[in-house]
Design a protein around this ligand. Structure first.
Ligand code: IMP
Ligand code: MG
Length: 207
């Protein structure tokens, strides 16, 4: 598969040359804080229209959604329940590998509307597995909301109903998204500088 220049996958080690200044390790900002805020408010309004009066359970996938989720639901003026599922993908080298559930659903979603929130729809493997598990619990319907979508990398037949931004095939960090568990706290979505990476040493990764 053709990859953009920066699209190394987690599994390799990240070095913080300028400790305390992660922003210096960002090659460029892809989506600014302001743009994210505006888009998230639009999504919130759309969700309000589509789910008002429904028995809604939001199922957020850990860990990459924490910031997006908090911004998304704080302005959602309707009753809802919130639960989390944990999914890790352990990869050998540059590709993500086996998916492992690290936290299961606790709320009963039978007969309820479920909105799955994820940080990014990449190959679609994660959401396909999550949908498989959720369907066993017989919800009334399942919709998917993602902050980012990389259409170019899709290998599974998964469609998001709400998408914040379409992005090219670049490995991005910030606003919840990580590289080797770092950079989640950046307020924007950015592309890492090549110097921020060390040569691949294989290993594992977590979402
Ligand atoms: P998928 O299973 O290939 O769709 O991948 C989904 C998961 O991979 C996301 O929830 C992220 O944790 C991770 N991921 C995919 N692309 C990126 C990226 O560009 N930056 C950070 N994490 C990513
Ligand atoms: Mg991740």
């Amino acid at each position: 598969m053709v990859r953009a220049r920066n699209s190394k996958r987690p599994g390799s080690k990240v070095t913080h040359r300028r400790r305390g200044n992660w922003c210096g390790e960002i090659e460029r900002v892809l989506i600014t804080e302001e743009l994210i805020a505006r888009r998230v408010r639009q999504l919130t309004r759309q969700l309000e229209r589509d789910f008002s009066g429904r028995d809604l359970v939001i199922v957020s996938l850990l860990n990459g959604t924490v910031i997006f989720l908090a911004d998304l639901i704080r302005h959602l003026p309707m009753p809802l329940r919130l639960d989390f599922m944990g999914v890790s993908s352990y990869g050998q080298g540059v590709e993500p590998g086996e998916l492992v559930f690290t936290k299961q659903l606790r709320i009963d979603v039978r007969g309820r509307d479920v909105l799955v929130v994820d940080d990014i729809l990449d190959t679609g493997r994660t959401l396909k597995r999550v949908l498989g598990v959720l369907r066993q619990h017989k919800p009334r319907r399942i919709k998917i909301c993602v902050l980012l979508e990389k259409k170019a990398r899709r290998t599974e037949k998964v469609r998001a109903d709400y998408v914040g931004f379409q992005i090219p095939d670049l490995f991005v960090v910030g606003y919840g998204l990580d590289y080797a568990e770092c950079y989640r706290n950046l307020p924007f979505v950015g592309v890492l500088r090549p110097e921020a990476y060390e040569p691949e040493k294989t290993g594992s990764r977590r979402k």
